[in-house]
Design a protein around this ligand. Structure first.
Ligand code: ADP
Length: 224
């Protein structure tokens, strides 16, 4: 799996209210990479993550996955690509409150009319420490458990790459550390590529490659 962003820009609005949220960002991501992206609020972090994961389209530039520019896909093709190739973790977990943990986890498969691989589901939920909680509704779980359910959902379709937007931003420090340990495990044990946005320097330094974004300008700041 190889991802290359070439001069991705995102401009919102027009005329005087125009905002350049992202200014010609380029980067290459290879299989097994672990990247962190830091930057002040409003600097363009979420915009970049949404573009890299195909949740949004750039104003200009291209995004190549395995040699194919996904910006050229039609909306339907893009959502299938996203559901099958990419896992996304949100700060607010985004679980459906009326579904159990198990139902939330397998939801992406149901949208593609696929059956869950029960053995994989069991391994995954054991690795994430939520195996005993699968029949619970989200409000019956702690914040950390809810985020681990969301991580299982991001992994259920066996994507190569996981994007996480401030995954510990809604958690206290204990639960936040546990979720980061979990993500590190997924990177190390399952070999998943991980791209994570954070405000927290300690979390940023857990990554192999560190990026900063200021006023929409992305740069790599990895310490050697
Ligand atoms: P961050 O994630 O670093 O806080 P964002 O990527 O959310 O930053 O936002 C970058 C800039 O783009 C900000 O100035 C923000 O106000 C602007 N922006 C983000 N989304 C929109 C939108 N849908 N419409 C207009 N401006 C937006």
């Amino acid at each position: 799996m190889y991802i290359e962003a070439r001069e991705l820009s995102k401009i919102y609005g027009s005329g005087e209210s125009q905002v350049t949220a992202l200014n010609r960002a380029s980067l290459k991501i290879t299989q097994g990479d672990f990247l962190s992206i830091m930057g002040p609020s409003g600097s363009g972090k979420s915009t970049l993550l949404h573009l890299l994961s195909g949740l949004d389209r750039p104003t200009s530039g291209s995004l190549i996955y395995e040699g194919k520019d996904i910006c050229r896909l039609h909306d339907k093709e893009l959502s299938v690509f996203r559901r099958q190739g990419i896992g996304f973790i949100f700060q607010q977990f985004n679980l459906l409150p009326v579904l159990t943990a198990r139902e939330n986890i397998i939801m992406p498969l149901l949208l593609d009319r696929k059956k869950p691989d029960e053995i994989y589901l069991e391994e995954l939920t054991e690795l994430l420490g939520i195996h005993e909680r699968l029949t619970h509704l989200p409000h019956e779980l702690s914040g950390g458990q809810q985020q681990r359910v969301a991580i299982a959902r991001a992994l259920i379709a066996k994507p190569d790459v996981i994007f996480a937007d401030e995954p510990t931003g809604n958690l206290d420090s204990q639960n936040g550390s546990e979720v980061m340990e979990t993500l590190k495990n997924i990177h190390e044990k399952m070999g998943k590529t991980l791209v994570i946005i954070t405000h927290d320097g300690r979390i940023a330094r857990m990554a192999k490659r560190q990026f900063m974004i200021v006023d929409g300008n992305l740069s790599e700041v990895t310490e050697s």
